[in-house]
Design a protein around this ligand. Structure first.
Ligand code: ADP
Length: 162
Protein backbone atom coordinates (compact mmCIF):
# COMPACT_ATOMS: atom_id res chain seq x y z
CA UNK A 1 0.00 0.00 0.00
CA UNK A 2 1.22 3.51 -0.79
CA UNK A 3 2.27 5.63 2.16
CA UNK A 4 -0.03 8.42 3.40
CA UNK A 5 1.21 11.78 2.19
CA UNK A 6 1.17 14.18 5.11
CA UNK A 7 1.82 17.91 5.30
CA UNK A 8 2.15 19.98 8.45
CA UNK A 9 0.92 23.54 8.88
CA UNK A 10 2.91 25.11 11.71
CA UNK A 11 2.04 28.45 13.23
CA UNK A 12 1.01 30.40 16.28
CA UNK A 13 -2.67 30.61 15.25
CA UNK A 14 -3.45 33.26 17.89
CA UNK A 15 -6.21 32.95 16.72
CA UNK A 16 -6.81 31.10 13.44
CA UNK A 17 -8.20 33.42 10.74
CA UNK A 18 -9.91 32.93 7.39
CA UNK A 19 -6.50 33.59 5.81
CA UNK A 20 -5.01 30.55 7.57
CA UNK A 21 -8.09 28.57 6.59
CA UNK A 22 -7.82 29.59 2.95
CA UNK A 23 -4.32 28.08 2.86
CA UNK A 24 -5.38 24.97 4.82
CA UNK A 25 -8.35 24.34 2.51
CA UNK A 26 -6.11 24.31 -0.53
CA UNK A 27 -3.17 22.43 0.99
CA UNK A 28 -5.40 19.70 2.45
CA UNK A 29 -6.65 18.89 -1.05
CA UNK A 30 -3.14 18.15 -2.26
CA UNK A 31 -2.19 15.76 0.55
CA UNK A 32 -3.83 12.81 2.32
CA UNK A 33 -3.55 14.49 5.69
CA UNK A 34 -2.84 18.01 6.95
CA UNK A 35 -1.72 18.46 10.55
CA UNK A 36 -2.04 21.92 12.12
CA UNK A 37 0.88 22.31 14.52
CA UNK A 38 0.26 24.96 17.13
CA UNK A 39 3.48 26.43 18.47
CA UNK A 40 3.71 26.24 22.23
CA UNK A 41 5.88 29.31 22.48
CA UNK A 42 5.12 31.45 25.53
CA UNK A 43 7.76 34.00 24.42
CA UNK A 44 5.27 35.28 21.85
CA UNK A 45 2.87 36.20 24.65
CA UNK A 46 -0.23 34.83 22.95
CA UNK A 47 -3.71 36.07 23.80
CA UNK A 48 -5.06 32.50 23.78
CA UNK A 49 -3.44 29.50 25.44
CA UNK A 50 -2.48 26.47 23.39
CA UNK A 51 -5.62 24.47 24.20
CA UNK A 52 -7.87 27.43 23.27
CA UNK A 53 -6.00 27.92 19.98
CA UNK A 54 -6.27 24.21 19.18
CA UNK A 55 -10.00 24.15 19.94
CA UNK A 56 -10.60 27.16 17.67
CA UNK A 57 -8.82 25.33 14.83
CA UNK A 58 -10.78 22.12 15.46
CA UNK A 59 -14.10 23.97 15.39
CA UNK A 60 -13.11 25.91 12.26
CA UNK A 61 -12.13 22.86 10.23
CA UNK A 62 -15.07 20.49 10.69
CA UNK A 63 -15.66 20.78 6.93
CA UNK A 64 -12.22 19.30 6.22
CA UNK A 65 -12.17 15.54 6.79
CA UNK A 66 -8.41 15.02 6.53
CA UNK A 67 -7.05 17.54 9.03
CA UNK A 68 -6.07 17.24 12.67
CA UNK A 69 -4.56 19.53 15.29
CA UNK A 70 -1.46 19.01 17.43
CA UNK A 71 0.79 21.27 19.46
CA UNK A 72 4.52 21.20 19.93
CA UNK A 73 7.49 22.86 21.57
CA UNK A 74 10.08 21.12 19.39
CA UNK A 75 11.60 22.23 16.11
CA UNK A 76 9.20 22.15 13.18
CA UNK A 77 11.44 19.85 11.13
CA UNK A 78 11.77 17.44 14.06
CA UNK A 79 8.00 17.40 14.43
CA UNK A 80 7.67 16.73 10.69
CA UNK A 81 10.13 13.83 10.87
CA UNK A 82 8.51 12.29 13.96
CA UNK A 83 5.14 12.41 12.21
CA UNK A 84 6.48 11.18 8.84
CA UNK A 85 5.32 14.37 7.10
CA UNK A 86 6.78 15.11 3.67
CA UNK A 87 6.24 18.83 3.66
CA UNK A 88 5.61 22.06 5.54
CA UNK A 89 3.05 24.54 4.27
CA UNK A 90 3.46 28.28 4.91
CA UNK A 91 1.45 31.23 3.66
CA UNK A 92 3.05 34.09 1.77
CA UNK A 93 1.29 37.42 1.64
CA UNK A 94 3.69 40.26 0.93
CA UNK A 95 7.28 40.65 -0.09
CA UNK A 96 7.81 41.49 3.58
CA UNK A 97 6.88 37.89 4.52
CA UNK A 98 9.36 36.57 2.01
CA UNK A 99 12.60 37.44 3.77
CA UNK A 100 11.69 35.74 7.03
CA UNK A 101 10.02 32.78 5.37
CA UNK A 102 12.93 32.28 2.98
CA UNK A 103 15.42 32.29 5.85
CA UNK A 104 13.37 29.80 7.83
CA UNK A 105 12.82 27.54 4.83
CA UNK A 106 16.56 27.53 4.12
CA UNK A 107 17.44 26.74 7.74
CA UNK A 108 14.88 23.93 7.76
CA UNK A 109 16.31 22.68 4.47
CA UNK A 110 19.80 22.56 6.00
CA UNK A 111 18.51 20.63 8.99
CA UNK A 112 16.22 18.28 7.09
CA UNK A 113 16.67 18.25 3.30
CA UNK A 114 14.06 15.52 2.94
CA UNK A 115 11.28 17.87 4.12
CA UNK A 116 9.99 20.30 1.48
CA UNK A 117 8.63 23.73 2.36
CA UNK A 118 5.71 24.75 0.17
CA UNK A 119 4.40 28.32 -0.02
CA UNK A 120 0.91 29.36 -0.99
CA UNK A 121 -0.68 32.74 -1.47
CA UNK A 122 -4.14 33.32 -0.07
CA UNK A 123 -7.12 34.81 -1.81
CA UNK A 124 -6.39 38.53 -2.14
CA UNK A 125 -9.13 39.25 0.38
CA UNK A 126 -6.80 37.91 3.07
CA UNK A 127 -3.50 39.32 1.84
CA UNK A 128 -3.43 42.07 4.47
CA UNK A 129 -4.74 39.90 7.27
CA UNK A 130 -2.78 38.47 10.14
CA UNK A 131 -3.70 37.53 13.69
CA UNK A 132 -2.05 40.65 15.19
CA UNK A 133 -3.92 43.11 12.98
CA UNK A 134 -7.11 41.21 13.68
CA UNK A 135 -6.61 41.46 17.46
CA UNK A 136 -5.74 45.17 17.21
CA UNK A 137 -8.93 45.93 15.31
CA UNK A 138 -11.07 43.77 17.62
CA UNK A 139 -9.58 45.47 20.70
CA UNK A 140 -10.71 48.82 19.34
CA UNK A 141 -14.19 47.38 18.75
CA UNK A 142 -13.82 47.18 14.96
CA UNK A 143 -15.84 44.65 13.01
CA UNK A 144 -13.71 41.58 12.21
CA UNK A 145 -16.56 39.19 11.43
CA UNK A 146 -15.48 38.85 7.79
CA UNK A 147 -12.07 37.56 8.78
CA UNK A 148 -12.72 34.79 11.28
CA UNK A 149 -15.13 31.89 11.68
CA UNK A 150 -18.05 32.49 14.04
CA UNK A 151 -16.67 30.48 16.95
CA UNK A 152 -13.38 32.38 16.79
CA UNK A 153 -15.24 35.69 16.75
CA UNK A 154 -17.15 34.67 19.90
CA UNK A 155 -13.95 33.61 21.66
CA UNK A 156 -12.17 36.79 20.64
CA UNK A 157 -14.94 39.06 21.87
CA UNK A 158 -15.33 37.18 25.12
CA UNK A 159 -11.55 37.19 25.76
CA UNK A 160 -11.23 40.90 25.00
CA UNK A 161 -14.19 41.79 27.19
CA UNK A 162 -13.10 39.65 30.15
P1 ADP B 1 3.92 32.24 12.92
O1 ADP B 1 4.20 32.82 14.28
O2 ADP B 1 4.56 30.89 12.71
O3 ADP B 1 4.18 33.19 11.77
P2 ADP B 1 1.11 32.61 12.29
O4 ADP B 1 -0.08 31.95 12.91
O5 ADP B 1 1.19 34.09 12.34
O6 ADP B 1 2.36 31.93 12.96
O7 ADP B 1 1.22 32.18 10.77
C1 ADP B 1 1.32 30.83 10.39
C2 ADP B 1 1.42 30.73 8.88
O8 ADP B 1 0.21 31.16 8.31
C3 ADP B 1 2.52 31.61 8.27
O9 ADP B 1 3.10 30.93 7.18
C4 ADP B 1 1.78 32.81 7.80
O10 ADP B 1 2.43 33.43 6.70
C5 ADP B 1 0.47 32.18 7.37
N1 ADP B 1 -0.61 33.16 7.40
C6 ADP B 1 -1.03 33.93 8.42
N2 ADP B 1 -2.04 34.74 8.06
C7 ADP B 1 -2.26 34.47 6.75
C8 ADP B 1 -3.15 35.00 5.76
N3 ADP B 1 -3.98 35.99 6.03
N4 ADP B 1 -3.09 34.48 4.53
C9 ADP B 1 -2.20 33.51 4.25
N5 ADP B 1 -1.33 32.98 5.09
C10 ADP B 1 -1.36 33.46 6.33
Amino acid sequence: MEKMKKIIYPGTFDPITNGHLDIADKASKLFDELIFVVANNPDKNPLFNVEERMEMIRRSTTHLSNTCVESTSILTVDFAKENTALAIIRGLRHVSDFEYEFQMAMMNYQMAPEITTIFMMPNEKYVHLNSSVLKDIAKLKGDVSEYVPEYVLEQLLSKLNS
